[in-house]
Design a protein around this ligand. Structure first.
Ligand code: ADP
Ligand code: MG
Length: 241
């Protein structure tokens, strides 16, 4: 995609991010001096045990939470030391979130759930284009309760990407899914990364998923323990766990 010798501009830069929940002797140091750069178009897997700080990091990178100290830049612009309005705009215009549980509106159809986002976004894709990207056109008029967990997660992904965000942040997107369904969801995330060029960060505690990443960031005890670049990026179909 990028010639190896051309310096790539990071879309996200985290410098010495620290996050402390609470204070005094109940203080939890969830992140300690996290430095991370993410290049536009990358597929990054964040791997780590439960409680290691993955969600805290993703929430800060997505502007859902503020670090206790340290700096975060998106596209060269600071997201720390700024007002809530700046973070709100950042989230609304640039970030798509996918969580373990799909958070769809039960009384709305697939297409209506996605339209909730396209109705208010600045330059959204047509609803059906988003639904087609997750291969759910035959189900566009169904309600969430009529879909499997994996299908509901794909709707959540369609909703997240319909506003054409630069970043797709996924926190344990396959955490509630079985093996086969989980792979289908990963296929969809990989496809969006590949076809739309959306930078993707995917949290998992499943080491097998790291095979599909450009880079694997291991988080342990609030720190980045290692960053690896697999020689070859596998397709989700090639992953086994
Ligand atoms: P992970 O996503 O890797 O499981 P988290 O980022 O959720 O880890 O949590 C990292 C640490 O911070 C854990 O020790 C967790 O208990 C703690 N933590 C997370 N959120 C809060 C909170 N709102 N208040 C206090 N402690 C928290
Ligand atoms: Mg978590």
């Amino acid at each position: 995609m990028h010639p190896a010798n051309v310096p790539q501009k990071p879309i996200l830069e985290a410098r010495k991010l620290c996050k402390i929940y609470g204070s005094g002797n109940t203080a939890v140091h969830a992140l300690r001096d996290v430095d991370l750069e993410v290049v536009a178009g990358e597929f990054v897997v964040l791997l780590g045990a439960s409680g290691s700080g993955k969600s805290t990091l993703l929430n800060i990178l997505g502007g859902l939470d503020q670090p206790s100290s340290g700096a975060l830049l998106f596209d060269g612009n600071p997201l720390t030391g700024v007002g809530d309005d700046v973070l709100t705009t950042y989230r609304r215009e640039h970030v798509g979130f996918v969580f373990q549980f799909y958070n769809l509106i039960p009384s709305l159809t697939v297409a209506e759930n996605v339209a909730l986002v396209t109705d208010i976004a600045r330059d959204p894709m047509p609803v059906d284009e988003a639904i087609d990207l997750v291969a759910l056109m035959p189900r566009r008029n169904h309600f969430p309760s009529q879909l499997s967990g994996g299908e509901q997660q794909r709707v959540a992904i369609a909703r997240a990407i319909a506003k054409r965000p630069e970043l797709l942040l996924c926190d344990e997107p396959t955490g509630a899914l079985d093996y086969t369904t989980g792979k289908l969801v990963l296929e969809v995330i990989a496809r969006i990364n590949r076809e739309l060029g959306t930078t993707a960060l995917v949290i998992t505690h499943n080491a097998a998923i790291s095979g599909m990443a450009d880079r694997v960031v291991r988080v342990a005890d609030g720190r980045i323990a290692s960053i690896d670049r697999p020689e070859r990026r596998l397709t989700p179909a090639e992953l086994a766990w």
